[in-house]
Design a protein. Structure first.
Length: 289
C-alpha cells in the first residue's frame, strides 16, 4: 500500500464527550486507523466501544480534540479546512436512518445533498434516479413516497441513496443491518458488495460478526475506546478469547472450526462464514474417503 492509496489516516485520536464537566465520558483513546483505496474495513466492538464516535470523525462531523484525522489529504484538525467537501467525499449512513431522512418525500430527500452542491434540473433528476436505483429503490415507485411511511429496510435504502447521490469515494456505514429482517439484510449486504466492486471504499461499523465476515477484509476491534486488536478479518476472527473479552460473539464458523480441529480434523484456520466452513469440511471428507 503506497502513501498515494491512503484515503484516511487517523493518528492518536482521542475524544471525550462533555469534557471538563462531571459528566465527562471518554469515548476514544489513542486510536490509529488507516483506510486505503478500495479496502473494506470493519470496525467492531460492543455497545459503547466508540464505533459511532470514530465514524463521525471520518467525515468531519467531529473535529479531532486530540490527535489527527487526515481525509483525502485534508487535515481535519486545521480549522481552515472546509469540511463540506469531506462530507461529500466520505458518505456516512447513520445507525438510525430516521435521523438522516428529513424531507417529506423520498425524492426530495435524496435530491437535497446534490442541490446543496448546485445540481439542478435534468442533471439533478438523473443523479437522484441513479442513486435510488443503486440503493435498491425504484425511482418511479418511490420518489413520491412519504419518507415516514417507509419500512425500516426502505428507510435505510433511502438514507443510502441520499449519501450515494453525492457520489462519495468512501462509504461509511454505522450498523447497516441493525433492525433489518433476514431478507432485507442479505439484500443490503449484496448491494454494498456491488458498490465496492464499482470502486467505492467501505468502512463498516458493526457488532454483528456475520456482517463483518461477509463484508470486510480488515478489521479494527474497539474496546472502551481503544483499538485492542486489528488485522485481516480472518486472522482477527481466529482470536476467539480476545473477541469475547471485547464483548463480541465468537463467529460461529470460527467456533465450529476450532472444535473440529481440537478433535483432530485438520481444517485450515480461518473459515469466515458457515458456508466457507461447510466447503472446507466437504473437501476434507473427499480427501478422507
Ligand atoms: N452525545 C454523547 N454524549 C455523551 N456521551 C456519549 C455521546 N455519544 C456517545 N457517548 C458515550 O461515548 C461512548 C462511545 O459511544 P459510541 O461511540 O456511541 O459507541 P458505539 O457506537 O460503539 O456503541 C459511550 O460510553 C457512550 O455512552
Ligand atoms: Mg454506535
Amino acid at each position: 500500500m503506497s502513501d498515494n492509496d491512503i484515503l484516511i489516516q487517523v493518528r492518536g485520536l482521542g475524544h471525550t464527550y462533555l469534557p471538563d464537566t462531571p459528566f465527562a465520558q471518554v469515548a476514544l483513546r489513542d486510536v490509529d486507523l488507516t483506510v486505503a483505496e478500495g479496502e473494506r474495513i470493519g470496525i467492531v466492538g460492543g455497545t459503547g466501544a466508540g464505533k459511532s464516535t470514530l465514524l463521525q470523525h471520518l467525515n468531519g462531523l467531529y473535529r479531532p480534540q486530540v490527535g489527527s484525522v487526515v481525509v483525502l489529504g485534508r487535515d481535519l484538525a486545521d480549522p481552515a479546512v472546509d469540511v463540506r467537501e469531506v462530507r461529500r467525499l466520505v458518505g456516512l449512513v447513520f445507525q438510525r436512518p430516521e435521523q438522516q431522512l428529513f424531507a417529506q418525500y423520498v425524492g426530495d430527500d435524496v435530491a437535497y445533498g446534490p442541490q446543496q452542491f448546485g445540481l439542478m434540473g435534468d442533471a439533478l433528476r438523473e443523479r437522484v434516479r441513479r442513486a435510488m436505483e443503486w440503493a435498491g429503490l425504484d425511482f418511479t415507485a418511490y420518489k413520491d413516497r412519504l419518507t415516514w411511511t417507509l419500512s425500516g429496510g426502505e428507510q435505510r435504502k433511502a438514507a443510502l441513496a441520499g449519501v450515494l447521490a453525492l457520489q462519495p469515494r468512501i462509504l461509511v456505514l454505522d450498523e447497516p443491518t441493525a433492525g433489518l429482517d433476514p431478507q432485507a439484510r442479505l439484500d443490503l449486504l449484496g448491494r454494498l458488495q456491488e458498490l465496492h466492486r464499482q470502486g467505492l471504499t467501505l468502512v463498516v461499523a458493526s457488532h454483528n460478526m456475520d456482517d463483518i465476515a461477509r463484508l470486510t477484509d480488515r478489521v479494527y476491534v474497539l474496546q472502551e475506546g481503544r483499538v485492542v486488536l486489528q488485522g485481516p478479518t480472518r486472522e482477527v476472527f481466529a482470536h476467539g478469547d480476545r473477541l469475547r473479552e471485547a464483548g463480541l460473539d465468537v463467529p460461529p464458523a470460527a467456533l465450529v472450526a476450532r472444535t473440529l480441529r481440537a478433535a483432530g480434523i485438520p481444517l485450515a484456520a480461518g473459515a469466515l462464514t458457515l458456508a466457507e466452513l461447510a466447503d472446507e469440511i466437504a473437501r476434507w471428507l473427499e480427501g478422507a474417503r
